[in-house]
Design a protein around this ligand. Sequence first.
Ligand SMILES: C[S@@+](CC[C@H](N)C(=O)[O-])C[C@H]1O[C@@H](n2cnc3c(N)ncnc32)[C@H](O)[C@@H]1O
Length: 295
Amino acid sequence: MTNSAESFWWYVTLEGGAGSEDVLASLADMSGSIGSEESGVEPAVRLRAYYRSSQDLGYWVERLGEALTPWPEVKIADMGKIENKAWHTDWKEAFPPLPVGEKLVVLAPWHRGSEPEGRMPLYIYPGSAFGTGYHESTQIVLVLLERMKLAGLEGADIGTGSGILAICAVKLGAGRVLARDLDPAVLTEVRFNLGLNAIDAGQVVPVEGNLLEGMDAPVDFLTANIIIEPLLEMLPAVPGALKEGGRAVFSGLLLKERTRFLEALEARGLYPVDEISMNEWWGVAVEFRSERPQG
Ligand SMILES: C[S@@+](CC[C@H](N)C(=O)[O-])C[C@H]1O[C@@H](n2cnc3c(N)ncnc32)[C@H](O)[C@@H]1O
């Protein structure tokens, strides 16, 4: 686990056009930032995003570069190092309990003991892996999952990050979920979060892997919150990875990418059964049927 008592953090300042505050905050979150603050609004919007020093600055800039791909108008204005002073306390305060959907709440471990009544807690340590729950693309999948019947089903979470979606699926009744990620560094954080949620590594199985490569047995459901390019790359393999009638939830998509993605789904025998948008983000749940449904 990364050490929260680091002596310094990295920062990267993002710059976008007027009204881009939410986009910049989402990009900071998507790239694994542990917190961010506006650092100027005239003439351009600037946001300073902070990153853990447990990775070098190049690592964070590369992750940010991936998140920035669909946003050519957003630039990196500067970057550097900042000493740790009272930031640690501010950082803890930056993760208040987060109710999601009808019955979930995402909690940092220091909120244990003050769980809101009537909601199922997902304990997630806000480390360097993506998936604190604060990003819309994560919340979209959580809500689509809570609307599904998962009891006893087997699944796989592709691009698991913190493991939040796999943890949620098991807490909603799923039998076993593979938690896959291309980045082996996140798997330590997945294991840590499994411990926080009293889930053993037989129920959520952390595995390094690229998309669906090497998944030999079809599962009942898939979740994948990545960006559009890897999702499109993965689609041809989805029918082979799902049982007949199995479901997949895709997120990390922008609302403006909806039509393109729906067309790609239909071509693969993946039929939408539910969809959600939050701000500029969109996600969809689909069912796999080898024969086209009537009507
Ligand atoms: C947007 S984060 C989602 C994290 C978490 N599942 C959530 O919903 O908050 C995307 C994750 O996908 C992983 N990823 C990116 N490309 C991938 C690929 N080709 N195969 C597997 N994982 C990938 C990244 O390392 C990152 O952890």
